[in-house]
Design a protein around this ligand. Structure first.
Ligand code: MN
Length: 389
C-alpha cells in the first residue's frame, strides 16, 4: 500500500521581519494536497494574499478541479484588496500538488502560478515540475539569457503571473505518474534563489525517506546562504508499506481519485470555468505539437507576447510597482513601472526625486536600491521618507 509522508516548514529568513509565505501540508479537505503561496505587497498585504490563497485551497474537495480553487483565491484576493488601500495591489504566487489516480497507477497533479516551484526526485535525479512565470524565465526560454545569467539577474524576482493581478488567472497544471520512492519538493523562491538546484538535489538525495530533517536542512542552507527572503519548503515522500499495518506517525494514505489522464501531459487552462476533459486533451496535444515543430517560433512569440502584455498597463503585473535607482548625479530617484527594458523599451518613468545622495542612504536601503527591489506605492512611500541618514 502506498502512503504519503510529508513535512513542511517555513522561516522568515535573516532580513525580512514578516513572513509573507503561507503553506498547506495535508490539513485541507483533501489530505493529499500540499501547497505554498508566496505573497507580494507592502506592510502585511503579502501575508494576507498568501493566506487567502492557502485558505481557498484548504476548501478544495478531493477530485474537484484545481483551477476553480485557484480562480476563487484570485477573486477573493482582488475583492479584499479593493476595499483597502493598504491591501490593494497585493498578490501571491501559488504552487500546489495533490496525489490521486489509482493504486495501480498513482499520479500527482501539479498546479502553479508565479515562481514558486515543484520538483520530483526519482532515483538520483531532480526534475523540475514547474516553469517559472517570470520575465527572466521567459528570456531563458527564448534563448536571450542563459540559466546562469538568469540566476544572477537583478530582476529575477519579477513575475509575469500572480494571483491578485487580474480578474482571471492562468493556471498551469500537469498530471504525471508517480511511484513508491518518489520524493516531491515544493518551495518558495527563498530556497531556489539561495540554493542551487545541484545542491538541492544532493540534500534531497542524502536523507531519503526522512522528510523532516531534509526540509529543515534545506531551510538552514538557504539561511546560511544569506536568507534574504522568506523560505518555505515542503518535502513529501511517497512510500510503500510492506504489511497492511498502521503507517507510522502523521501520514496520509492515498485515496484512489479517478482523475488520471495518464502520461505527463502539460495543461494550461483558464480559471474562468471548467473546460471539458476533451478540450483539455486537445489543448495538451496542440501544445505538444507546437513544441515539436515550431517550438522555437512559439517560444520567440511568447516573449513578444510578454513584452506586449508588459506595455499594456491592464495586463502588467507590476504596473503599480515602484522601485528606486540612482540618477546621473548620484541622487536616489523613485521610478514607477518596471526596472527593465526588453528590446530597449523602457517600462518605467521617474516618479519622484528624493534629494538624497546614494552616499547618504541608510545601510538597509543599499540592497533594495542596487537590486531595484519592487514596491507597491504604499510600501515605497515610508521608505522614501526614511531613506536618508
Ligand atoms: Mn519569496
Amino acid at each position: 500500500m502506498l502512503f504519503l509522508d510529508p513535512f513542511g516548514a517555513t522561516d522568515a529568513g535573516k532580513v525580512r521581519r514578516n513572513n509573507e509565505d503561507s503553506y498547506l501540508v495535508g490539513d485541507g479537505k483533501d489530505e493529499t494536497l500540499f501547497a505554498i503561496a508566496d505573497g507580494i505587497g507592502g506592510f502585511e498585504a503579502g501575508e494576507v494574499a498568501s493566506r487567502i490563497a492557502i485558505e481557498a485551497l484548504k476548501e478544495l474537495e478531493p477530485g474537484a478541479p484545481f483551477d476553480a480553487a485557484i480562480g476563487e483565491a484570485n477573486r477573493r484576493i482582488l475583492t479584499f484588496g479593493r476595499g483597502d488601500d493598504r491591501l490593494s495591489g497585493m498578490g501571491t504566487t501559488v504552487v500546489a500538488v495533490r496525489f490521486g489516480g489509482t493504486r495501480e497507477r498513482p499520479v500527482i497533479e501539479v498546479a502553479h502560478v508565479g515562481d514558486s516551484r515543484a520538483y520530483l526526485l526519482r532515483g538520483g535525479s531532480l526534475r523540475p515540475l514547474t516553469e517559472d512565470h517570470s520575465l527572466v524565465a521567459e528570456l531563458v526560454r527564448s534563448g536571450e539569457l542563459t540559466r546562469d545569467q538568469a540566476a544572477d539577474h537583478p530582476q529575477k524576482n519579477l513575475i509575469t503571473r500572480a494571483l491578485g493581478a487580474e480578474d482571471e488567472v492562468d493556471v498551469d497544471t500537469a498530471v504525471l505518474p508517480v511511484e513508491a520512492g518518489d520524493r516531491i519538493l515544493l518551495c518558495s523562491d527563498g530556497l531556489s534563489d539561495m540554493v542551487s538546484e545541484a545542491r538541492i538535489s544532493e540534500l534531497l538525495a542524502e536523507s531519503r525517506g526522512e522528510p523532516e530533517p531534509t526540509a529543515r536542512r534545506l531551510i538552514s542552507e538557504a539561511l546560511d546562504a544569506g536568507g534574504t527572503d522568506n523560505v518555505t519548503v515542503i518535502v513529501v515522500d511517497l512510500k510503500e508499506q510492506a504489511s497492511p499495518e498502521e503507517p507510522s506517525g502523521e501520514t496520509h494514505e492515498m485515496p484512489a481519485v479517478g482523475q488520471s489522464e495518464g502520461g505527463a501531459a502539460t495543461r494550461r487552462s483558464s480559471a474562468r470555468g471548467r473546460k471539458g476533459s476533451e478540450s483539455r486533451r486537445a489543448q495538451a496535444s496542440r501544445r505538444k505539437r507546437k513544441r515539436g515543430g515550431f517550438g522555437r517560433l512559439v517560444r520567440g512569440l511568447a516573449v513578444v507576447l510578454v513584452i506586449i502584455a508588459a506595455l499594456t498597463p491592464a495586463y502588467l503585473w507590476g504596473s503599480s510597482r515602484y522601485f528606486m535607482g540612482v540618477d546621473g548625479t548620484g541622487e536616489v530617484v523613485a521610478y514607477r513601472g518596471l526596472p527593465y527594458a526588453p528590446l530597449g523599451i523602457e517600462l518605467n518613468v521617474v516618479w519622484r526625486e528624493t534629494d538624497v545622495q546614494l552616499s547618504q542612504v541608510k545601510t538597509p536601503y543599499h540592497s533594495p536600491i542596487e537590486n531595484h527591489r519592487l514596491y507597491t506605492r504604499a510600501e515605497i512611500e515610508p521608505v522614501l521618507q526614511d531613506l536618508g541618514k
